[in-house]
Design a protein. Structure first.
Lengths: 217, 217
DNA sequence: CGTAAGCCGTACAGCAGTGTACGACTTATG
DNA sequence: CATAAGTCGTACACTGCTGTACGGCTTACG
């Protein structure tokens, strides 16, 4: 939103902050240490905000081993930083899920998907909380939807093959997937569920919930 | 909890704020208008915080038609107010759920329970968010657990009668109950689910998830 | 090896919220 | 109807956070 006008009035472009926020990629004009700092900030912010969602810019800067002013030179506002961190996490998640084999038997594919997903959700639980505090909900949902696409396509396939139920809408089943995983994450955080037992419980529950209802009774 | 020391150093007791916070009951020394104000504050705070979880004391006071100072004279801090509101909501919920007939066929009882529960959850979604911002998590859980007792006892009964599955722990099934309802509430808020369809989806999902797994592959 | 890009700390301005103090006014209640 | 309980607005002190400005120093990079 605020980069748009900057690009217009700065014909040289890329002087300060255009597109090279992420560590990788070809930001030619940026000095190496600047790029390193941006990475350090993003990483530190991700970890810190996942612990304390209300951490201030001051604290983020300290955690990244960087001055607060430098932090502001890279991210114009708290919201901007939060958005960048959120984007980064979702990209990470997307990369992790891309490796999951979703072919073959749907229940087993679902189990694999759960096994790869739930940890990410658990770790970025509080970060989502932080995002909800100051990011427009539309933006959050947008990021989320992209990650849930894989879930949705798997469910669709299961429905076509009659492995999964078709009496409830696909979008609802996606919601159930998401909700149960989040519920498990909360339980773990509360110390009422161990990390080891979680994936099996989640998978067993989802498979029952997704199975076609038996016509009996 | 935080009134404890006040009672000690004020032998007269009941002068300002001891136990008569709620509208009903026998707070002899309190003037009638004071009691009315406390009620108005609690009601307004509940409604306002359910819309904007970050509403300030100023805004709460205005919504209650009361001066900010008066608000502070009844609730010493924001946290104290929030706790009172939270307690009130849970008490309301408890009262509503007490009317639900939990006897007889477990699936039907579960359906009735869902039908009475989910609206309350949906309406106080954001209030829970507010509570998580400044109430110790232990306190929140304590309130929650009391409300979930009914769910738990119903599930236990279903397990004894082999209507519900016993291969997953009871506490986990309670979590699933809670999570699915919350998920539905979020979907409604996002405009992706209508109020009319919600209860059926929730019930159908939970019944499948709670049903004993069929030994047939 | 010079220069510009980038870093740093400090300092300042602004804002918003929390709690508290005070004095005057209003109203239940006996 | 007198009095104590309660309310009201205004004002103040304090805290913590955001975002910006400035000048000096370090360092990457050609």
């Amino acid at each position: 939103m605020l980069d748009g006008s900057d690009d217009m009035e700065d014909p040289v472009a890329g002087t300060k902050a255009a597109d090279g926020k992420d560590q990788a990629g070809g930001s030619r004009g940026r000095r190496a240490d600047a790029q390193r700092n941006v990475s350090a900030i993003l990483e530190a912010a991700q970890e810190l905000l996942s612990t304390d969602p209300t951490a201030s810019m001051q604290e983020v800067a300290r955690a990244a081993g960087v001055g607060r002013v430098t932090l502001y030179s890279h991210f114009g506002s708290r919201t901007e930083l939060l958005d960048a961190v959120f984007t980064r996490v979702m990209a990470e998640a997307d990369r992790a899920l891309a490796d999951v084999d979703l072919t073959g038997d749907e229940p087993q594919a679902l189990a694999r998907l759960v096994r790869s997903s739930w940890r990410i959700v658990q770790q970025s639980r509080l970060l989502l909380f932080a995002a909800q505090l100051e990011l427009p909900q539309g933006q959050i949902r947008e990021h989320h939807d992209r990650a849930l696409e894989r879930v949705e396509s798997l469910i669709r396939r299961g429905r076509r093959n009659r492995t999964f139920r078709t009496d409830l809408p696909t979008s609802w089943l996606v919601t159930v997937f998401y909700s149960v995983i989040h519920g498990a994450a909360d339980e773990i955080n509360a110390g009422r569920l161990t990390v080891e037992r979680a994936p099996n419980l989640i998978t067993a529950t989802l498979l029952s919930a997704f199975a076609p209802p038996v016509p009996a009774t």
